[in-house]
Design a protein around this ligand. Structure first.
Ligand SMILES: Cc1ncc(COP(=O)(O)O)c(C=O)c1O
Length: 389
C-alpha cells in the first residue's frame, strides 16, 4: 500500500540502530541500563490517583467531556490560577487556555493552525524531534537555528538573517531545554517577543519542563514578556512535573487567535481529554506541587552523581539548571554516535546521541536521570570501569 508522501519526508529515527542492538542484547539476556528516555520512573502522587479513581466512578464523566475541544472550564481556570500565582501572568480561561492530550498534541496542532504549505518554520537545533515531524506534516519547511554552549543554548536572534525571518511563519523553542537542560531568561524572552512582532513570526515556546528548574529564582515564562500574548503561545504539561507521562494531559496558553485556531483543529480531530483525568489534573495543579520539589531533590542528587562520575574521569562538566537531562560533551575526537556505541558496547549503558536532536547536537550525548537510583549508580560504576585508563 502506498502511503502519503508527507510521511516519507519525516527523517528516519536516528536511534533505530541502537534500539535494535538493545533489543538483541536484552533478548540474549544482557542487563542493559537505559539512560535514553525522559519518562519518570516514580509513580504519580497518590492524591492524583485517588482523584482519578473517585472521578472514574462518576457516570457523568463517562460521557464526552464538557467543552470537549477546549477542556473543562474548571481545568482551564486551574491553569489560569496557577499561571497567576507562579508567574504573575493573567490569562482568560475562556479564550487563552486549552487542555491538550499532552503537550505533544499542541506541537502538532499549532502547526496545523498556523503553518501553510511551503512556509518556513524555524526550530532550535538541537531540539525535540517532534517539531520537525509536525512542521513537515503540515507541509512546512523546517529550518534549524543553532543553539550553542557559548550562547547559553539560546538562539542568537540577531544572527537570523532578516530575509529568513521575514519568510518564517513560526518558531519553535523549548525552555527549560530538552536536550541541553538550559534555561531562558526574562531578557531573552523580551527580545524574542519584540523580534517576533517585527517579523510576524508566531512563537511556540514548549514548556513541557517548565517546573523542572532547580533554583526557583530562575523560573520564567515566555508569557511574562511584554507583548508575548500578541505573538505566541506556551505549551505546558503535567507529564514530567507530576510523573504523569502516561496520563496524556497538557495545556496551551497565550495568543487568542492561535488558541482559537488550535481549538478549531481539536474540534475536528478529537473530543478532548477524559473528564476524570482533567479532574485529577486539577488536583495535581492545585494540591500536589510538593511533588515537584520532591522530584527536583531526587534529580539533583542523581545529577550530582553523574557529574561527579564524569568529572572524576577527566571531564570538566557543570550541571545544567533545569530538566532531568545532562548534555555531556563526548571525549575529544569522538562523534556522538561513536561515544553512544562505546558506552553501549563496553558498559551496556544506553544514552541518546546528540545528533538525534539535530546536527548541532554533534559532539554531545544526552543522559536522562529518569531512572531508579540503584540503576543509575550501577550505570555509573560500569562507566567508571569502562572508561578508566
Ligand atoms: C521537549 C518536549 N516537548 C514535549 C514533550 C511531550 O510531552 P507530553 O506530550 O507528554 O506533554 C516532550 C516529551 O518528552 C518533550 O521532551
Amino acid at each position: 500500500m502506498q502511503l502519503a508522501e508527507r510521511l516519507s519526508k519525516i527523517p528516519p529515527y536516528l536511534f533505530m540502530e541502537l534500539r535494535q542492538k538493545v533489543g538483541k542484547a536484552r533478548a540474549a539476556g544482557v542487563d542493559v541500563i537505559s539512560l535514553g528516555v525522559g519518562d519518570p520512573v516514580e509513580p504519580t502522587p497518590e492524591g492524583i490517583i485517588e482523584e482519578l479513581s473517585r472521578q472514574a466512578r462518576n457516570a457523568a464523566n463517562h460521557q464526552y467531556p464538557p467543552d470537549e475541544e477546549k477542556g473543562m472550564g474548571p481545568f482551564r481556570q486551574a491553569v489560569a490560577d496557577f499561571y497567576r500565582a507562579r508567574y504573575g501572568v493573567s490569562l482568560d480561561p475562556a479564550t487563552e487556555v486549552l487542555a491538550l492530550i499532552g503537550s505533544k498534541e499542541g506541537i502538532h496542532h499549532f502547526c496545523l493552525a498556523r503553518v501553510n504549505p511551503g512556509d518556513v518554520v524555524l526550530m532550535t537545533d538541537p531540539g525535540y524531534p517532534a517539531y520537525r515531524a509536525s512542521i513537515l506534516m503540515a507541509g512546512g519547511e523546517p529550518h534549524s537555528i543553532p543553539i550553542l554552549p557559548e550562547g547559553g543554548y539560546l538562539p542568537k536572534l540577531s544572527d537570523i538573517p532578516s530575509d529568513l525571518a521575514r519568510k518564517a511563519s513560526a518558531l519553535f523553542l523549548c525552555y527549560p531545554n530538552n536536550p541541553t537542560g538550559a534555561l531562558a531568561t526574562k531578557a531573552f524572552y523580551a527580545d524574542l517577543a519584540r523580534w517576533a512582532k517585527d517579523y510576524d513570526v508566531a512563537i511556540c515556546q514548549d514548556g513541557a519542563y517548565s517546573e523542572m528548574v532547580f533554583d526557583p529564582a530562575d523560573r520564567v515564562s515566555f508569557l511574562q514578556a511584554p507583548g508575548a500574548m500578541d505573538v505566541g503561545v506556551e505549551l505546558g504539561s503535567l507529564s514530567k512535573s507530576y510523573n504523569m507521562t502516561g496520563w496524556r494531559l497538557g495545556m496551551v496558553m497565550g495568543n487568542r487567535d492561535l488558541i482559537a485556531g488550535i481549538s478549531k483543529v481539536k474540534e475536528n480531530t478529537d473530543s478532548g481529554v477524559f473528564a476524570a483525568i482533567q479532574h485529577a489534573g486539577i488536583r495535581a495543579i492545585q494540591a500536589e506541587n510538593g511533588n515537584i520539589d520532591k522530584m527536583l531533590g531526587i534529580y539533583r542528587k542523581r545529577q550530582q552523581l553523574v557529574v561527579d562520575t564524569f568529572n572524576g574521569l577527566g571531564w570538566s562538566f557543570q550541571p545544567p539548571k533545569g530538566t532531568f537531562y545532562l548534555w555531556l560533551p563526548t571525549p575529544k575526537g569522538m562523534s556522538s554516535i561513536e561515544f553512544t556505541n562505546l558506552l553501549f558496547d563496553k558498559a551496556q549503558v544506553v544514552v541518546a546521541a546528540g545528533t538525534a536532536y539535530g546536527k548541532f547536537g554533534e559532539g554531545f550525548v544526552r543522559l536522562s536521570l529518569a531512572v531508579p537510583d540503584g540503576r543509575l549508580a550501577e550505570a555509573m560504576e560500569r562507566i567508571k570501569k569502562a572508561l578508566a585508563k
